[in-house]
Structures are given as structure tokens and as C-alpha cells.
Design a protein around this ligand. Sequence first.
Ligand code: DAH
Length: 366
Amino acid sequence: MQEEKRQIEVIRERFGTEFERFVNFRKEEFGDLTLAAAERLKKELEDLRVKHTGKKSPLSGAKRLIGKIAPENRAEFGKFVQKISGEIESALDEAEDRLGNYILKTRTERETIDVTLPGRRPQPGHLHPITLLRQRIEDIFVSMGYAIEDDREIETDYYNFDALNIPEHHPARESQDTFYTTGGFALRSQTSTVQIRAMERRGVPIRIIAPGRVFRRDTPDQTHTPMFHQIEGLCVDKGINMSHLKGTVTEWLRRMYGKETKTRFRPSYFPFTEPSAEFDFSCFKCDGTGEFEGDKCGTCRGSGWIELGGCGMVHPNVLENCGVDHKVYSGFAFGFGLERMCALMYSLDDIRLMFENDVRFLKQFH
Ligand code: DAH
């Protein structure tokens, strides 16, 4: 029987060695055990239980020995086996139980939600300053009966230049001013191209504005970017004359900058209009006085006027290019850039800010 007892001692020792790393758990000492590590150890502990107490374990083998022991020693041996087996079982039970609790507690803590914390506000996006300005202008023209026309940014020479009566030698056609694609197309350098497209598509009478991107081979600086935005206006009907142009532009600018806003039209030249003019409006900062708070107004540089765009009566050649009889119909057109207007309104000293996508800049324009 001594031999058998020794075998049981060996079983206990082997279990002890393998159980070593779980011993502390019985005392609920877990250190900084992570949840994942605890879950893994629990699994290993379960494997250990199978190995040492399962049907094929040496301990089960020892229990089967009890019957083979001489009757006078059997009770003592049986008790001994039971004692060892009980020790092993309760070591496993305790470690497993405490580890299980630890896992549960850690998981619950991790998943706890503090319902008293303020919610995270969703950050709604907002529009770009150029879009805001464009929409304001669109609203005014729509209220005056204009439709909004959108068209392509890549154009043929015909729409970019020829149809607009821009002659062969005109500098705008030069490759140093315009972006050409390899296929003989050009990125439109002005939204005036939409005048042609719109008249071809809609015929006359017509009243449209066409906002959009335009492209020029400019080196970026404070007042230039190779891509910028323009809005084009076109009104063609019977009996349209210069006073309609002046009235329309003035009404629009009054609605933008206040009833007192004045406009000024200076003779100029554009190939697609005759006569042509450039239009200015009285400075919204100094009310056209050129002085602001005792100093030269910074917005209009003391002139009292802000130069905005070009305009004129649509050239007969342009009307004819679109199949419109210039003896029956006449019209006016105008065009201006949005970046400069926007920069003046928000006192920006560099229009490149608008395309850098720096959120600190953009989020100021709610
Ligand atoms: N397309 C011109 C430019 O980009 C602006 C312009 C001038 C548009 C006169 C017009 C116009 O419609 O009539 O500088």
C-alpha cells in the first residue's frame, strides 16, 4: 500500500506544479491581469481540471486501485485518495470560481456607461463660404425670375472662344493662359461658355445665371488661384436694352448690400458684348465715402467703389452663333468672380485660404 500511496503523492505533486501559476487566484490576487488574459487563463484552468481529474487522469486511475487494495488497508487507502482528490478539486474550484468572478467584474466595469455624462454632440457639417455666397446670389436672381444653369467645365475651343466672338489672335487663347487637355479640349476660363450652351438648349427668351468653376493658368498668390468661381448672367428677350442691365445689376447689389448701394458702369471691352462695361458698386464698409473710422477704408482702398465684374449687351455675333435673330432679340450679360467678393466681405487678405481646407478657417462660416 505504501507504493500506492507514493503514487498518489506523485499525482498531488504534479498537480501542484502545474497549478502553481493559478495559486494566487485562490487568494483573489490578480495583479493587473487584463480581461483577455483572464479569459485565456480560465480556459487553461478548465483544461487542467480535465487533465488531473477527468476519466483518463492518473487520479481516476488511483481511485480504481482502491478495490485492489488488501481489505484491511482499503479504508485507509480510500480515505487517503479521497483527501488528495478533495484537495485538488477544491483548489480547482476556488481558483476557477474567483477567476470567473474577476472576469465578470472586469467586464461589467468595462461596459459600464455613465448615464450622467453629457452626450457627444454630432458635429453637423456646414457650407463653404463660397457656397454660402453663391446661394445668396442665386436666391436673389431666382426671385427675379432667373433660372440656374449648370454646365460642363471642359469645353471645346468653339464654346470657350469662337462662339463667344473671341477672335483667333486673342490672348486668352494662348496656352500660357488656358489649360488645354491633350485631346484638344480646354478647361473653361470663364462661365460665359454657358451663355452659348444655354441659348442652344433653351432658345430665347431666356433669363439664367450660371455659377461655376473656371480655370486659368495663374500662379497662386494672395489674389489669384488657378481655379476660382464665377457667376454669369444672361437675359435675352425682345426689347432688352442697357437700362435693363443696369436695373438688374443694381437691384441685385441693393438686395445684397443694402438699399443705399449705388452702382457705376465704366465703358470697357469684351469680345462677346457691345457695348461693354465694367461695373462697380459703392463700398459696403464705408458706404462709398472712402473713409472708415477716420482712416482710409481698407475694403475699397479709399476709392469708395468696389470693382466687381464685366457686362454689356450681347454681341449680335454671339446671338447669331446660337441661332437667335439679333434683329428681333437683344440681351445683356454679365459675369463676375466670387472669391474676391467673398474675401472683401469677410476681410480675408488671401483668397488661397478658401482652398486650403483648414477646418479652423472653414468652421467660422456657419
Ligand atoms: N467672362 C468675363 C471674364 O471672365 C466676364 C464677363 C464680361 C462676362 C462681360 C460677361 C460679360 O457676361 O458680358 O472676365
